[in-house]
Write a protein that binds this ligand. Structure first.
Ligand SMILES: *[C@@H]1O[C@H](CO)[C@@H](O)[C@H](O)[C@H]1NC(C)=O
Ligand SMILES: *[C@@H]1O[C@H](CO)[C@@H](O)[C@H](O)[C@H]1NC(C)=O
Ligand SMILES: *[C@@H]1O[C@H](CO)[C@@H](O)[C@H](O)[C@H]1NC(C)=O
Ligand SMILES: *[C@@H]1O[C@H](CO)[C@@H](O)[C@H](O)[C@H]1NC(C)=O
Ligand SMILES: *[C@@H]1O[C@H](CO)[C@@H](O)[C@H](O)[C@H]1NC(C)=O
Ligand SMILES: *[C@@H]1O[C@H](CO)[C@@H](O)[C@H](O)[C@H]1NC(C)=O
Ligand SMILES: *[C@@H]1O[C@H](CO)[C@@H](O)[C@H](O)[C@H]1NC(C)=O
Length: 466
């Protein structure tokens, strides 16, 4: 199962049963968990503050040339607007001509300490950070950045060869608060922008599209958030006379964000982090540009190429929630065989687990020995098997010995789970198995713990893919 809607009734029932069994866990859950009020998203709220109207913008000073660009200070140009948080008074601008086809523009707080660094700077071990090639300079770049302080700091990027303007914040202010960043770029008329995945939308995003996204399991709604966020777009322009040009814009930021595609502009907002833009010229050696070259400059040089999939993963997969036991699984495999439809891979949802707890086997419906035989049978047919493994880890009731759940205990001993910043205790939520915790992937021990759980379970349930 990929999504879950928690009914208030089910939730209250869960809470009251927990209350009778353990005080420890209930004390860490707020009573309103899962019962969030219905809010109008700011983007659709006509009375929400308009940061472009009320905020002051910044003034650049102390520009210093570097071997591949320049740096400057940005200082708040007027009063704090506190549109959605606290304005940050002093910022640093870094402009780096990284390769012939890539220009980086980064704006981040000037004063950052170890305790708040990850709020603003996305570590390169989490998301690849494109670097300077060691030779490109402003003079040898396909791209050209110009800026002004009139009336506040604004910048634009153009193609060196033709002067074609690709991105421009002229006429708009830069807003930088602890929980809200915004900038606006002017766009050509009837622009063609593609990307900003994941989304379920027309291929060409159009000029009236709001892409709001954050990396979460939130369903598959049209125009809504899907699973991953790939904050980059490719723009193609068809010029009079038949010329086509293409370029790309990548906003390296992992926080919740939105891109408002409007008639003549795009507004980019995030809930924090930094402005960390990479402008891609899309140009080939001969000076022509194309969507294909832009995409190559993004995948090969900015985020890395996707891993090559195992050959069998390209075959036909069958998966659903609701395979009640091994015989049902057997009949699915047989059904494909009878219909002469090649079946490469069979999957399971949470049905296989004991009480929806990862790394367990339901003793009645998916007993270890019989299930192993079943998977071995698939393998003997040249078929493959994949189970779901959810990110939630069940928290057993400490007052109930028969509720033991060793995967939780092993992670807890390493302190691997996300913590509630106010109490320092693990952060508990409600998910499929009930009270749950989630691994904090910024804690070093998390990967080793997770790998070990998967390997141990794989010894009993020999699924494919590792
Ligand atoms: C980060 O923390 C340091 C040290 O506490 C502080 O001086 C600085 O203002 C903080 N930066 C921001 C952007 O809040
Ligand atoms: C960059 O653009 C500015 C203003 O548009 C122009 O004056 C300058 O010559 C350009 N630089 C290069 C290297 O083309
Ligand atoms: C833009 O989209 C919004 C929301 O879907 C819609 O209400 C509005 O009519 C659209 N505007 C135009 C000009 O198409
Ligand atoms: C962007 O363009 C739309 C449509 O022309 C306009 O209503 C809006 O005010 C513009 N946004 C900004 C921030 O200038
Ligand atoms: C059209 O393409 C040619 C060859 O690539 C180039 O020299 C010319 O400047 C382009 N014109 C425009 C308007 O981009
Ligand atoms: C497996 O589940 C199906 C569907 O609920 C049921 O008809 C069947 O009796 C079950 N088989 C076994 C062996 O439990
Ligand atoms: C103890 O845990 C087991 C396994 O989860 C459960 O079946 C049983 O109902 C629990 N007992 C109490 C008193 O909650």
């Amino acid at each position: 199962m990929l999504t879950k809607t928690v009914g208030v009734t089910a939730l209250l029932a869960a809470l009251s049963s927990a209350q009778s069994s353990t005080e420890v866990i209930i004390s860490t859950l707020l009573p309103q968990v899962g019962a969030a009020p219905s809010l109008t998203p700011t983007v659709y709220d006509p009375v929400a503050p308009n940061a472009q109207r009320i905020c002051s913008g910044y003034t650049a000073s102390n520009a210093v040339d570097t071997s591949n660009g320049f740096t400057a200070d940005l200082t708040l140009a007027g009063p704090h607007c506190q549109a959605y948080g606290n304005d940050i008074d002093e910022l640093t601008l870094e402009v780096q001509y990284q390769t012939k086809d890539r220009l980086k523009v980064k704006i981040h707080p000037k004063h950052i300490a170890p305790e708040n660094s990850t709020s603003y700077i996305l570590p390169s071990n989490l998301v690849l950070q494109p670097e300077w090639d060691g030779e490109t300079t402003a003079e040898t770049s396909d791209l050209n950045l110009t800026w002004t302080n009139d009336p506040t700091f604004q910048f634009k990027i153009s193609r060196t060869s033709t002067g074609e303007e690709l991105f421009s914040t002229y006429g708009h202010v830069i807003v930088y608060e602890d929980q809200f960043l915004e900038l606006v770029t002017n766009m050509v008329e009837d622009y063609n922008v593609y990307g900003l995945a994941e989304n379920i939308h027309d291929w060409r995003l159009g000029n009236n599209h709001t892409q709001t996204f954050w990396a979460t399991d939130s369903g598959n709604t049209v125009d809504g958030n899907v699973y991953s966020m790939i904050p980059w777009y490719q723009e193609t322009r068809y010029h009079e006379g038949g010329n086509t040009t293409a370029h790309g814009v990548y906003g390296r930021n992992a926080l919740g964000q939105e891109w408002l595609l409007r008639e003549n502009n795009i507004t980019y907002r995030t809930l924090g982090g930094s402005f960390d833009f990479y402008f891609l010229s899309g140009e080939e050696e001969d000076g022509s540009s194309s969507a294909l070259a832009t995409i190559r400059q993004f995948t090969n040089d900015c985020v890395g190429r996707p891993a090559m999939h195992m050959y069998w993963t390209f075959g036909f997969h069958q998966c659903r929630w609701g395979y009640e036991n091994i015989s049902v699984m057997e009949s699915v495999v047989q059904g494909y065989r009878d219909a002469n439809i090649p079946l490469e891979v069979l999957w399971n949802d949470l049905d296989i687990y004991e009480l929806y707890r990862d790394f367990t086997n339901d003793a009645n419906t998916f007993p270890v020995d019989a299930f192993q035989d079943f998977i071995d049978g698939l393998h003997a047919n040249g078929q493959h098997y994949i189970p779901i493994i959810d990110s939630n880890i069940y928290v057993p009731n400490p007052n109930n010995e028969s509720d033991a759940y060793p995967p939780f205990d092993r992670g807890a001993a390493l302190g691997t789970y996300i913590r509630d910043p106010t109490t320092g205790d693990f952060y508990y939520g409600d998910n499929w198995p009930g009270f749950s915790v989630w691994a904090d992937w910024l804690v070093e021990s998390s990967q080793a713990w997770w790998t070990n759980e998967i390997v141990m379970w794989h010894n009993k349930t020999p699924f494919d893919g590792i």
